[in-house]
Ligand binder design. Structure first.
Ligand code: NAG
Ligand code: NAG
Ligand code: NAG
Ligand code: NAG
Ligand code: NAG
Ligand code: NAG
Ligand code: NAG
Ligand code: NAG
Ligand code: NAG
Ligand code: NAG
Ligand code: NAG
Ligand code: NAG
Length: 521
């Protein structure tokens, strides 16, 4: 046999043998005498649809076959018969006009109703007069009608009432499913479902339970959905919210306030100002307000079904816009190192003031001082870098105004040098040079006295401290720090130097070199 020879060929794939074995098994498992079977196609049929009772392996040696409703084979239940020899059909007492019988044995049932459900029997008469029978079940499911939701409480109260929703009508072999806002809904602490899921009970409703709810029904052949159902849950009013949220308004503008409170049925609104009823509406509008319109504004909301009232009070202040400030200064031309005082003159009270320098928020240096109310800016001593444009800005919660700018000119102090070096940089150079020279002298002194056995070197070094410390750059007790400090002053020098630093750098470097020698000693 091929089956056994296949694995012997080395080049052949083993699955071929397996495949052959499988098909052989299938063959030997089939019954030797094929049995007639009938199958309903489709197995589940909806009312109004067709179903074919399909016969498989109809016997060959037949004279005639009959179809009966039920399984008794009574003559009165005959639907139709088919005579093989003539290829003709005849109908029986149970024929309804919607059946068709075919040569291959099948029976077609058209436009079925629930009454057509049940057993159908096929009887075959063989040439030898044997009459085997076989039968099939037909299941007809109704097409589900569109369900609708009914509620036992049309006006439940939030936090008090529970509501039962029922999906109608009740139909057999139907599963029920609930959806809220499109989400399928299941039982939880707040919701209960009946055993058949047809009734949904909402325990102690809250406004979130409003819905909409949809009930869906399903059976094997159909799915149907109700129209959305919304609960009219009575609630509120909640505390009202007044918008806009600001509390300061500018005079000669229109005041327009709106009040909102969650409530069902919608709340009734009223406004009162300083205790006097102004309007019975959700909006309050007062044109062209003045400072006299400052006061307490109350929104009252009322729900006529719950009988509850809620209020929110808003304190409103109407302000005049600020007037234009001016800057006062005795002399806009000032000598360097002199004090200068700028005053922001404004007739308004309760305003905040800020200063701008060259268009930027003024950054306060340690030479500047602001009065308590920011009205006065004092600079003492003034430096040439303080020259520029000053202005002050006065603001209240509804407005702000900027003064005209004033130009402050600083006459440089010639004693501070014309190179444009800052006093700090100059001091650094001076300290550096003085300290350098001093230290060379000190080193020489120290070397001389060490040689000659005198031990006063330390004292002599410290003696030089006061000369440098005035400039805030003086050497500290640890001589290694001197190098750092002087290096700092060099960096400072370089930063202040408007020209390339090459011309100035040799002398600080020399200073550094001297320090290194001192440290190495
Ligand atoms: C019988 O056969 C005729 C002709 O083929 C067909 O029109 C009719 O529908 C058949 N009747 C049944 C019950 O199948
Ligand atoms: C029998 O004939 C009907 C109608 O021609 C056809 O729909 C059905 O598929 C046939 N059944 C088989 C088993 O061939
Ligand atoms: C199906 O049957 C119903 C009554 O049972 C009838 O009203 C309807 O017209 C029929 N439909 C067809 C397509 O024959
Ligand atoms: C419902 O289903 C049961 C069992 O599945 C069946 O006996 C009964 O006939 C069905 N009823 C309907 C109306 O389909
Ligand atoms: C009821 O619905 C739940 C899901 O919400 C489901 O698990 C359960 O099987 C349903 N019961 C019936 C009887 O349909
Ligand atoms: C209502 O639903 C919103 C979200 O949809 C949720 O944030 C809120 O907590 C719910 N309130 C109650 C009382 O369940
Ligand atoms: C809800 O119920 C209130 C009475 O509590 C009623 O005035 C209102 O018209 C109802 N709303 C709707 C949408 O039916
Ligand atoms: C607003 O009121 C002021 C007086 O308070 C008046 O001078 C001005 O004309 C009014 N403006 C408008 C637009 O009515
Ligand atoms: C609530 O407000 C309404 C309408 O303004 C008023 O008639 C009623 O007396 C108020 N109820 C309470 C308890 O304040
Ligand atoms: C302002 O000060 C400068 C420098 O001190 C001086 O020359 C000038 O006369 C002063 N101007 C006035 C108006 O006082
Ligand atoms: C301040 O008010 C007075 C009169 O009340 C007025 O003369 C003066 O011009 C005002 N000043 C400014 C800066 O508005
Ligand atoms: C004064 O100015 C500073 C910033 O420069 C600001 O933070 C502060 O609030 C101001 N104070 C007043 C009273 O305007």
């Amino acid at each position: 046999m091929e089956l056994t020879s296949a694995p012997l060929h080395k080049g052949q794939l083993p699955w071929r043998g397996l495949l052959l074995a499988a098909s052989l098994l299938t063959y030997w498992n089939s019954p030797a005498t094929a049995q007639v079977t009938v199958e309903a196609v489709p197995p589940l049929v909806a009312e109004g649809a067709n179903v074919l009772l399909q016969v498989h392996k109809l016997l060959e040696d037949l004279q005639v076959f009959y179809w009966y409703k039920g399984d008794s084979g009574d003559e009165s239940n005959e639907i139709a018969r088919f005579i093989i020899s003539t290829n003709m059909n005849t109908t029986g007492p149970a024929y309804s006009g919607r059946e068709r019988i075919y040569r291959n044995g099948s029976l077609l049932l058209q436009n079925v109703t629930e009454k057509d459900a049940g057993t159908y029997m096929l009887r075959m008469i063989k040439i030898n007069y044997d009459s085997p029978t076989t039968s099939v079940q037909v299941h007809v499911h109704q097409l589900l009608p569109k369900p609708n939701i009914i509620s036992n409480n049309s006006n439940p109260m939030e936090g008090e009432d529970s509501v039962a929703l029922m999906c109608e009508p009740k139909t057999q072999n139907t599963t029920y499913l609930w959806r809220i806002n499109g989400q399928s809904l299941s039982e939880d602490g707040k919701r209960e479902l009946s055993d058949d899921n047809r009734t949904l009970t909402l325990l102690t409703v809250v406004r979130n339970d409003t819905g909409p709810y949809v009930c869906e029904t399903r059976n094997p052949v159909s799915t149907s959905r109700s129209d959305p159902f919304t609960l009219n849950i009575t609630y509120g009013p909640d505390d009202p919210i007044i918008s806009p949220s600001n509390t300061h308004f500018q005079s000669r503008t229109n005041l327009s306030l709106s009040c909102h409170a969650a409530s069902n049925p919608p709340a009734q609104y009223s406004w009162s100002v300083n205790g006097v009823l102004q309007a019975s509406s959700q909006e309050l509008f007062i044109p062209n307000i003045t400072t006299n319109n400052s006061g307490s504004y109350t929104c009252l909301v009322y729900n006529s079904v719950t009988g509850l009232n809620r209020t929110t009070v808003k304190i409103i202040t109407v302000l005049e816009p600020v007037t234009l400030p001016v800057i006062q200064v005795t002399n806009t031309t000032v000598k360097e190192l002199d004090p200068v005082m700028l005053t922001c003159i404004s007739n308004d009270t309760g305003v905040s003031i800020r200063w701008l320098f060259n268009g930027q928020n003024l950054g306060l240096t340690d030479r500047m001082k602001l009065s308590q109310d920011n009205r006065t800016l004092s600079i003492d001593p003034v430096r040439r870098e303080d020259s520029g444009e000053y202005l002050c800005e006065v603001s209240n919660p509804v407005s702000s105004k900027k003064s005209d700018p004033i130009q402050l000119d600083i006459i440089p102090d010639p004693t501070l040098g014309s190179s444009g070096l800052s006093a700090g940089a100059i001091a650094g150079i001076v300290v550096g040079s003085v300290a350098g020279v001093t230290l060379i002298a000190a080193l020489a002194y120290f070397l001389y006295f060490r040689k000659t056995g005198r031990g006063t070197d330390q004292r002599d070094l410290t003696e030089h401290k006061p000369s440098a410390s005035n400039h805030n750059l003086g050497p500290s007790d640890n001589s290694s720090h001197k190098g750092d400090e002087v290096t700092y002053s060099i960096l400072d020098f370089n930063a202040q130097q408007p020209k390339p630093p090459t011309s100035a750098s040799p002398s600080p470097r020399a200073t550094e070199a001297v320090y290194s020698e001192v440290k190495k000693k």
